[in-house]
Design a protein around this ligand. Structure first.
Ligand code: XIL
Length: 678
C-alpha cells in the first residue's frame, strides 16, 4: 500500500509516487545492471505503457500497485494548491480565440522510417511543413520607394543639443544593386562644430566588409547573393568626437534585384556542416542527420560515400539539405564516414567532411554503484535532468535515453516546450518533441516538469511583434493550450520564468510592458484554471544566494501570496561554477521560501569549470553541498540538473555536468550518489 501525504489523490500525485516507488524497486532489484532491451521493458519498467497515447494518459492505481514494493513509500509531499486562490478567478478564455487553436493538422504521427535512434518506445514527428517565420515589419519595395530614412539622433540625458550639432553623413541614400554585383557605399561622417566623428556599422551582412580608408572615410562593401534578393536595410552610427553618447544613426534601404541571368551570381561550393564527435554503444541504432549548407542559400544534396555495412540512407522528411544515415554498429572501434555536399546548381561544386563515431562495448556504459533514482526514491526525493530536445535524432540517442531512464525519476524539457518551437506561427503547432519527452518519461516512469510557460526569451517572432493590447490574451491562450495538451502528463510547471532583472526590480519584457507586474499573477491564475492539479512554480536564476534579485524576489512572493495568486513554489535555476561558495546564503534563502509555505525545486543545476584553478573534484563538492542543502530542507522537493552529459550541455566548453561527453562517470556523479545514499 502506498501512503500519500495528499489531501486529494490526483493523477499527478499518483504519477509522482509511481516514479518514486519504481526508483526504490529498481534500487534493490536492478542495481548496476546495464539496461538491455529486455531490462528496459521488463526489469526497469513496471507495465508496458509503450503503446498508450502520449497525451491524456495517467498512471492508474493498477500501475501503482504493480510497480510498488510491498512496504509503504510515501510521496514526496508535492502539494499543488497549497496556496488557495482567494481572489476572483480570471474571466474564462472565450470560445472565440485570438489565434487558431491546435487542430488535427498539427497532430504528430508515429515515425516508422529508420530515422531515429530509439526503438524502445514510439517516437512521433510533426507534420511535414517548412516553417520560416517572416516579420510583419519586413521591408518592402514600397518602403524602398518612400526614400532614405531620416537619421535618428540620440543624446545622453541632460545633454544640451543646442550647443553641439549632431554628427551626420553626407551623400548617403538608398541603393539598388543586382545580386552578384558589388555594392560600395562610402561613409564620410561630418560635424559642423568641427572634430572628426567616429562611426560603426550596427550590424554587417554575412561576408560584407566595412573597410577603413584611412582618410576619415569607410566603405561598406558587399556582394549580395540569391538569398539576399529583396529589400533590406543597413545602418551606420556616427559618434560625436566630444560626447561619445551623442550619436546619429543613419539607415539606408538596399534593393537587391534578381538578375535575368542567374549565372552572373558567383556560385560558392557548399559545405557539410560540422558534426560533434560522438560515442555510441554496440548494438544501438545510430542515426546521423547530415546537413549541407551553401552561402548562395540553395540547398545542396548530401551524399554518403562510405556508409557502414547495413546502413539505410533516407532523405529528411522536411529539409532537402539533410540526409539521414541509420545503422547498427556490431563491434567496438572507430567508424569513419565520408560525406559530400553537392551544389544544387552546379554538381561539380562540392564540399566534404569525414564524420567519426567511436563505438564502445555495452559494458563500458554500466555506471558503478547504485542508480541515483533508486537512492533518491528510497528517501522520497526527486532527482532529475533536463532532456535534450530531439535526442532521438542524435547518433547516441539510445544511450542518452537509457542512461537518463536509469538514473532519474524526473525530467524537464530543455527546449521542447518553448513557445518559439511549439507555436512558431499563429495557428501552427509542433508538439512532437514535447510528446516524445513524455513518451520517454512514461516508458521510464518519470515525473514530467514542464518548462517554461511564460518567459521573455525564445518567443516566436509573431508574439514579439504582437500589438501590446493582444499580449494578455496570447499569454493566456498559450498557457491554456500547453496545459490542455499536457496537464495530465506534466506534474510541475515553470509558469513564469525569469521575471526579475539582474539589477533587481521587474525585468523589462513584452509582458511587463503590456500588463505591468500583474502579468505574473494572471499567468499563474490561468495555469491553475487550465491545470488544477499542476504544481505551479516561479523559476528564476541567481536567487539562491543574495543578489539584487533576491531583494525583489521576497517582496514579490509576499505580494503574490497576499493577492491569492496560486503559486506553489519557487524554482532555483542554479547555473553556478566550481568556485561557488555561498552555501550559507542558499540555506537561508531556502528557509525563507520554506517559511512562506512554498516548495523549493532546484530546477537547472549545472556547475561550470571556468578556469584551471578548480577541476572535477571541486565541481563534485559543489554538487554534493547543493544536494546536501536540499536534502536537509524538507521543502526542497527535487534536484534537477540542466542536462546530464557534457556532450549536450548548453555550457559544453565548461563541462558542467555529472557525466563527461563520452558518458563516463565524473566525480560529480559519485558525489551525488554518495550524498543520496547517506
Ligand atoms: C537554455 C537551453 O539550455 C539552450 O539550449 C537554449 O539555447 C537557451 O536556453 N534558463 C532557462 C533555460 O530557464 O530555459 C535556459 O535553457 C537556460 C537558462
Amino acid at each position: 500500500m502506498i501512503l500519500f501525504p495528499f489531501t486529494k489523490v490526483n493523477p499527478i500525485a499518483l504519477a509522482i509516487a509511481a516514479a518514486l516507488a519504481l526508483s526504490a524497486c529498481g534500487g534493490s532489484s536492478n542495481n548496476n545492471t546495464e539496461l538491455s532491451d529486455t531490462a528496459a521493458s521488463g526489469g526497469d519498467r513496471p507495465t508496458d505503457n509503450t503503446n498508450v497515447p502520449v497525451t491524456g494518459t495517467t498512471v492508474s492505481d493498477d500501475d501503482q500497485t504493480d510497480s510498488s514494493p510491498d512496504d509503504d513509500v510515501s510521496g514526496p509531499g508535492i502539494n499543488p494548491q497549497n496556496t488557495p486562490t482567494t481572489a476572483d478567478p480570471l474571466a474564462p478564455l472565450g470560445a472565440s480565440t485570438l489565434t487558431e487553436p491546435p487542430g488535427p493538422d498539427d497532430e504528430p504521427t508515429t515515425i516508422t522510417r529508420p530515422v531515429t535512434s530509439i526503438s524502445r518506445y514510439f517516437i512521433v514527428e510533426d507534420p511535414a511543413r517548412r516553417i520560416e517565420p517572416v516579420s510583419r515589419f519586413a521591408l518592402t519595395i514600397d518602403d524602398f520607394n518612400a526614400g532614405t530614412p531620416e537619421p535618428i539622433i540620440t543624446a545622453p540625458e541632460g545633454f544640451d543639443i543646442g550647443t553641439n550639432a549632431a554628427p551626420y553623413f553626407e551623400g548617403i541614400s538608398n541603393r539598388e544593386v543586382f545580386a552578384g554585383q558589388t555594392l560600395e557605399v562610402l561613409y564620410r561622417p561630418l560635424d559642423d562644430d568641427g572634430g572628426l566623428p567616429g562611426m560603426f556599422p550596427n550590424e554587417l551582412p554575412e561576408s560584407a566588409q566595412f573597410v577603413d580608408n584611412r582618410d576619415g572615410t569607410k566603405t561598406f562593401r558587399w556582394v549580395p547573393l540569391q538569398g539576399d534578393i529583396g529589400v533590406t536595410s543597413f545602418t551606420v552610427t556616427a559618434v560625436d568626437s566630444e560626447a561619445p553618447l551623442y550619436r546619429s544613426e543613419q539607415t539606408i534601404l538596399l534593393h537587391i534585384i534578381e538578375p535575368d541571368d542567374l549565372s552572373s551570381i558567383p556560385n560558392f561550393p557548399p559545405v557539410v556542416n560540422e558534426v560533434l564527435p560522438h560515442t555510441v554503444r554496440v548494438g544501438d541504432p545510430v542515426v546521423f542527420d547530415l546537413k549541407g549548407s551553401d552561402r548562395n542559400s540553395t540547398y545542396p544534396s548530401v551524399e554518403i560515400l562510405s556508409a557502414p555495412p547495413g546502413s539505410t540512407i533516407s532523405p529528411h522528411y522536411i529539409y532537402e539539405d539533410i540526409t539521414v544515415l541509420h545503422f547498427v554498429p556490431t563491434e567496438p572501434g572507430v567508424i569513419n564516414i565520408d560525406v559530400v555536399a553537392r551544389d544544387a546548381d552546379d554538381p561539380s561544386l562540392t564540399g566534404s567532411r569525414t564524420v567519426s563515431v567511436s563505438v564502445e562495448a555495452r559494458e563500458d556504459f554500466v555506471l558503478p554503484g547504485q542508480r541515483l533514482r533508486a537512492l533518491a526514491g528510497a528517501r522520497n526525493f526527486l532527482i532529475g535532468f533536463a532532456s535534450l530536445q530531439g535526442f532521438y535524432h542524435r547518433p547516441d540517442g539510445a544511450l542518452y535515453s537509457d542512461l537518463a531512464g536509469l538514473e532519474f525519476n524526473i525530467v524537464s524539457t530543455e527546449n521542447a516546450m518553448k513557445w518559439d518551437f511549439i507555436n512558431p506561427e499563429p495557428g501552427t503547432y509542433r508538439w512532437a518533441d514535447a510528446d516524445n519527452t513524455i513518451a520517454f518519461a512514461q516508458h521510464f516512469n518519470q515525473v514530467v516538469h514542464g518548462h517554461p510557460m511564460i518567459w521573455h526569451r525564445q518567443l516566436p517572432l509573431w508574439v514579439r511583434e504582437s500589438p501590446q493590447e493582444e499580449l494578455e490574451t496570447h499569454m493566456r491562450e498559450f498557457i491554456d493550450r500547453l496545459a490542455t495538451r499536457y496537464g495530465d502528463d506534466v506534474a510541475i510547471w515553470d509558469v513564469v520564468n525569469e521575471p526579475i532583472s539582474d539589477e533587481g526590480g521587474f525585468r523589462d519584457s513584452i509582458w511587463m510592458n503590456a500588463m505591468g507586474e500583474d502579468y505574473i499573477d494572471i499567468a499563474f491564475r490561468q495555469a491553475r484554471q487550465s491545470d488544477p492539479d499542476g504544481v505551479l512554480l516561479l523559476n528564476e536564476y541567481d536567487i539562491a544566494w543574495d543578489t539584487p534579485k533576491t531583494e525583489t524576489l521576497f517582496p514579490l512572493l509576499e505580494s503574490l501570496q497576499a493577492k491569492g495568486t496560486p503559486i506553489d513554489g519557487v524554482g532555483f535555476q542554479m547555473h553556478i561554477s566550481s568556485e561557488f561558495n555561498d552555501y550559507d546564503e542558499v540555506e537561508r534563502n531556502f528557509q525563507r521560501v520554506a517559511d512562506m509555505g512554498l516548495d523549493i525545486y532546484i530546477t537547472e543545476l549545472d556547475v561550470a569549470i571556468w578556469n584551471n584553478n578548480t577541476g572535477f573534484e571541486e565541481q563534485a563538492q559543489v554538487y554534493e553541498r547543493v544536494l546536501d542543502i536540499c536534502l536537509n530542507q524538507p521543502a526542497c522537493k527535487a534536484l534537477q540538473l540542466w542536462g546530464y552529459t557534457d556532450q549536450y550541455s548548453w555550457r559544453r566548453p565548461q563541462t558542467p555536468l555529472m557525466l563527461d561527453a563520452t558518458y563516463k562517470v565524473k566525480p560529480a556523479y559519485l558525489a551525488l550518489q554518495r550524498r543520496l545514499g547517506n
